[in-house]
Ligand binder design. Sequence first.
Ligand SMILES: Nc1ncnc2c1ncn2[C@@H]1O[C@H](COP(=O)(O)OP(=O)(O)OP(=O)(O)O)[C@@H](O)[C@H]1O
Ligand SMILES: [Mg+2]
Length: 327
Amino acid sequence: MRIVLLTGPGGDAQGWGDMKVTESVRQAAEALGHPTRIAYVADEAEFFRLVDKPDFDIVWSALYHLTPNEAFIGRNAAGTWVADELDRRKVPYVGSDSRTMKAMIDKFQTHEILAAAGVAVPSHVLLHSSDGASAVTYPAFVKPICESRSVGISDESVVHDEGELRRRIAYIEREFDQPALVEEFLPGDEYTALVLGNGKTRECLPGLVTVEDKHYRNYRILRSDLRGVGLTRISLAGARAEECRKLADDAAEAMGCLDHIRIDMRVDRAGKLRIIEVNGIPGLKPHKSWAPQIFTLYHGSPLGEEEDYLRLIEAIVNAAGKRYGLP
Ligand SMILES: Nc1ncnc2c1ncn2[C@@H]1O[C@H](COP(=O)(O)OP(=O)(O)OP(=O)(O)O)[C@@H](O)[C@H]1O
Ligand SMILES: [Mg+2]
C-alpha cells in the first residue's frame, strides 16, 4: 500500500518525533515494500491540498491537529483535526478513529471514559484558577490536560496545600493555555505498555520504566528534563506483568483504540496500578523511544534492533491495512 507520513510543525510535540524519526519510519515502511513518502504540511491549506486529491492509499499521521506551535500540543478545540478531515473524505488512516484520538489527547476525558468502564485511574478533578478546590486531597499531582513528553511536569507538579496548588494551576494556564488536571499523587513504580493490533490479535506488552535514583530530586517522577535524553530504561514488568497487561487491555478496549498505542501507569498508595494516560501517537525514535524498546524486549530478533524496528513498523502498518483490506 502507498503510505503518506503526515507531519508538520507539531509533529514532535504531538506525534512520534522529529523529521529524523519520520524519515526512519519512512525507510522502514519502504523496506517492507510500501511506497512511502513524507508530507510536511505547514498549515491548513497544504493539508487540504494533500487530502483533497489523495494519490496514496493510507495516511499515517504524527499530528492530531494542525498548529504552528512546535513547543507544546495546546488544546486547539476549534482547530482542524486530522482524523475528522480524513473521515469526511473517507481516506483510510493508521491509528484510532477521530473520537478516540480526541479522547486520548485530553487526559481528563480519558480518565472519565476509563472510570465509567471500571478501569482504574487516579482520583482526579479538572480545575481552572477560578474554581473552588475543596475536592482536592494532598499530596496531589498537577499537570496540563493535554500535553506529552512531560511538558509542564517537574517536582513542583507535586503540591501539598491549596497555596501550592493554586500557584501550579496558574502556571499551567499561563504557559500552556489550558486547565489543569489534578490527580491523587501516585508514589509507586511506573509502567508502560505497548499495545499493538486489534481485536483477538491485539497484543499488550508491559514494561517497567526506571531512571537511576541519582537523577531524581524530591520525587520519583519523570520530569521533563529526564525525558528524551536516554536516561529512562525499560525492563520486563516482573510480578506486575499480568496486572499491567490486563489493565492495558481493558483500557484499550474501553477507549476503542486501534493499531498502535502506549499506555502509562503508576502504582498508588495502596499498591494498585492505575492508568495515567493513553498515548494515541507513541514515540517511534529507533531504539530509544519506549515502543521500540519494549518491542525488542519481547520480540528481539537475532538480527538486531534494526530488524526489530522493521517488525514493529510492520505490525502497525499491517494492523491498519487489514482493517481497510489494503495489502
Ligand atoms: N498522578 C501522578 N502521580 C505521580 N506521578 C505522576 C502522576 N501523573 C504523572 N506523573 C509523572 O509525570 C510523568 C508525565 O505524566 P504523563 O504520562 O501524564 O504525561 P505526558 O507528558 O503526557 O507523557 P507522554 O510523553 O508519555 O505522553 C509520568 O511519566 C509520571 O512520572
Ligand atoms: Mg506519559
